[in-house]
Design a protein around this ligand. Structure first.
Ligand SMILES: N[C@@H](CCC(=O)N[C@@H](CS)C(=O)NCC(=O)O)C(=O)O
Length: 264
């Protein structure tokens, strides 16, 4: 049976959104996920499909139609495989869901800039910026479901848009010592975050994997780029991340070698 294809980079938070959605629907096999190696230049056939852009995921329909942007792909999958429906039922609740999701880009950027920062004196401000986003999420959760866990009564699109990003932010705990303050201001969002991280539909990646693969981000090199003095990216497929040691945490002091990271 022909199926839509998603070209994706393993451990990418954006394609994980679609994986979670399919898992919630019990339809993991409805889409064929094809892995692209982020450490190599994109192949010409793929660039032809995307008209030159390199960001993934990209979905290709059975008829050859191309869709980009994980939230667009998420809505396509939700509508194409309509039952069971994961989006909210009423226009008003869908509006709240969309409003909640509307900050995912700024939230993700805040966390990624923070982990990639190499100027120690800027770290406190970056932490503050990220905390402001968490505070906004807290306020939304308090407004729409103060006593519950999720934004509504179950894990839905709002949760699956943020969960992969909050999982990547394990790199902030490890490399920056970041933790949500245990105060009233963050109590509601902490409860939501903890439940999101543990949800059975969202277990495609592990903390150890993220910490090991994103070491290069922690020393300022994103998207498979090589940090100074290194020959191999922490995103290479071999050696497998399980066989590598936990990376050093001293990101402001130096860049670890390929050997130290278990990459050769
Ligand atoms: N806003 C996009 C972001 C996609 C994105 O940044 N993907 C990363 C992988 S996690 C990527 O493809 N980076 C490599 C590149 O942009 O060339 C989405 O939601 O799909």
């Amino acid at each position: 049976m022909p199926r839509p294809v998603i070209y994706h980079i393993p451990v990418c938070p954006f394609s994980q959104r679609v994986e979670i959605l399919l898992e919630l629907k019990g339809m993991r096999d409805a889409v064929d996920f094809q892995v692209v190696d982020i450490t190599l230049p994109r192949e010409a056939w793929l660039l032809e499909k995307t008209r030159g852009t390199t960001a993934l995921p990209v979905l290709e329909t059975e008829e050859g139609g191309i869709l980009k942007e994980s939230l667009v792909i998420m809505r396509y999958v939700e509508e194409r495989f309509a039952e069971p429906q994961i989006a909210r039922n009423t226009p008003y609740e869908r509006g709240i869901e969309r409003l909640f999701i509307s900050r995912e880009g700024a939230f993700g950027t805040a966390g990624y800039l923070y982990v990639m920062n190499r100027a120690r004196e800027k770290a406190a401000q970056m932490r503050e910026t990220l905390l402001e986003h968490y505070a906004w999420l807290d306020d939304m959760l308090c407004q729409y479901n103060p006593d519950g866990i999720w934004l509504f009564e179950r894990f839905g699109l709002a949760e699956l848009a943020y969960t992969p990003l909050m999982m990547r932010f394990w790199f902030l705990e490890y490399y920056e010592g970041f933790a949500l303050p245990q105060t009233e201001r963050f109590a509601r969002v902490a409860r939501w975050r903890d439940a999101c991280l543990e949800h059975t539909a969202a277990q495609q990646v592990s903390r150890e994997e993220i910490i090991k693969l994103y070491y290069d981000y922690a020393v300022g090199s994103g998207n498979g780029a090589l940090p100074e003095g290194r020959q191999r990216s922490t995103f290479v497929f071999e050696p497998h991340w399980r066989d590598r040691p936990m990376p050093p945490k001293d990101k402001y002091e130096r860049i670890a070698t390929d050997a130290e990271l278990g990459l050769i």
